[in-house]
Design a protein around this ligand. Structure first.
Ligand code: ZN
Length: 446
């Protein structure tokens, strides 16, 4: 990465300095009305919007394609759905919220008594104003989700039930974008794209990934960056099945999900637990000065279940704010554009950028003057730094870099061990390098 490009990935830049949060939030709001599922036109419509500003390749994988132990399912598309009472009034209307229909519901158009219909209705008694989000991907069934207030208002009688949907052979659709860098080694950024009108779980990750991709295009990069926008679980399984050789090039990766709520940042480590990405994100969160959590890997959640399956064991972690299932709005109509905030979205993006900055700049150096300390004052760099800031932190960073630059330790190692920020360590290394006190060790891959 060039110096100019590095400035663009400014380390832990103050959020929203350029209206980034507003742009991220506006994108969430634009994508919000689309009825997405694991297949179908909602995914295509979402990718079409992403393709306005990104050269994403759209892949269509036919129904029935075997992908490891799974099979690409039939494609689901929905046009309309409702429950009408005896007077013909729509008491539940898909057009009011796409969450009203259980995703992947089989088509139906029948009239039935409430007693029969009730088995297909789902509500949240503890949150009577919210619509739950439910799916029936892998079992043929149908259902409606409604607020508990709507449910309790239904009177005995006959209801006309219509789900005007198709479930038939078609395709699974996903989007992919490779931004080439100097190395063929890749960083994977993965966002799922299968949730309907839900913001934190789904759209926050899509928006942040898209904005990140736009920033990286045209930069001079060390790594190549692969962005994937695909349905959770079946999408990553499909991608991995078709890209086993490519997966070997993925050296680091992040899943972006639940990244826009006002809670503090949470990082879930890869299965490896001590991969460079795990350590990089932990240092970024530490350096941010804000509250955060780092959690161990758990084979539950999003696509880490596939990327970190033992046959791949990729170094892919998940950057979130409040994790899935730990906020009451999760998988309900309350996960709406009001729940995600511009500041939180911008903050999550800046932390992803900081982690990538760290990966781009993590190096191993050799101290060219290893026998006792070099005389920094004679070179004018000891005093120069202490003039800038009187707390001695910059001098300490130089001393740490000189001491640990034995060809074994990386700048990330030094940032961890010194408890100084990665930015301070990297700046110190740059200064020492400029004074010929360090030489980069390039014969060893990090
Ligand atoms: Zn979800």
């Amino acid at each position: 990465m060039t110096a100019a490009a590095a400035e663009d990935l400014d380390y832990l830049r103050a959020p929203d300095s350029q209206g980034t949060g507003a742009a991220l939030h506006a994108f969430v709001t634009e994508l919000y009305p689309i009825c997405r599922s694991i297949t179908g036109d909602g995914v295509r419509a979402t990718l079409d919007i992403l393709r306005r500003s990104l050269p994403i390749t759209v892949h269509e994988v036919p129904t029935g394609t075997p992908v490891f132990d799974w099979t690409v399912p039939q494609e689901w598309n929905i046009r309309d759905a409702y429950i009408k009472d005896g007077e013909g009034r729509r008491v539940v209307d898909f057009k009011a919220s796409n969450l009203h229909v259980v995703s992947y519901s089989t088509p139906i158009h029948e009239t039935m008594p409430l007693g029969v219909l009730r088995d297909h209705l789902f509500s949240l008694p503890e949150k009577p104003e919210w619509i739950p989000y439910r799916t029936a991907y892998y079992k043929k069934d149908w259902g409606f989700c409604l607020t508990h207030n709507q449910l309790t208002a239904l009177k005995d009688g006959m209801y006309e039930v219509c789900i005007d949907a198709t479930l038939e052979d078609g395709h699974l659709t996903y989007g992919e974008l490779l931004i080439p860098g100097a190395s063929a080694n890749e960083v994977l950024i993965s966002a799922h794209i299968c949730h309907p009108s839900l913001c934190n779980d789904n759209l926050s990750g899509i928006s942040i990934a898209a904005h990140l991709a736009k920033k990286l295009i045209g930069m001079s990069l060390r790594y190549s960056y692969r962005f994937v926008f695909m349905p959770a679980t079946i999408g990553s399984i499909t991608w991995l099945a078709a890209n086993e050789a490519t997966a070997e090039r993925i050296k680091h990766g992040l899943i972006l999900a639940c990244a826009g709520d006002p809670g503090s940042s949470t990082y879930k480590k890869s299965r490896r637990g001590n991969a460079e990405i795990d350590r990089a994100v932990a240092v970024v969160l530490r350096d941010s000065g804000a509250a955060y959590e780092v959690n161990d890997f758990l084979p539950y959640g999003y696509d880490e279940r596939q990327y970190c399956s033992p046959g791949f064991n990729l170094a892919v972690g998940s950057l979130m704010r409040t994790p899935n299932g730990r906020f009451p709005e999760y998988h309900t109509s309350a996960d709406n554009p009001d729940f995600v905030t511009p500041d939180a979205l911008a903050d999550s993006l800046s932390k992803v950028e900081a982690a990538l900055f760290l990966l781009e700049h993590n190096r191993r150096y050799v101290n060219r003057n290893p026998k006792c300390e070099p005389q920094l004052g004679r070179r004018g760099i000891y005093r120069a730094l202490s003039d800038q800031k009187g707390d001695g932190r910059h001098e300490l960073a130089m001393l740490w870099v000189l001491n640990l630059s034995d060809g074994e330790h990386t700048l990330l190692d030094i940032a961890e061990r010194s408890a100084l920020s990665f930015a301070a360590i990297r700046n110190a290394a740059a200064l020492l390098l400029a004074h010929d006190l360090l030489i980069e060790r390039t014969d060893r891959i990090l």
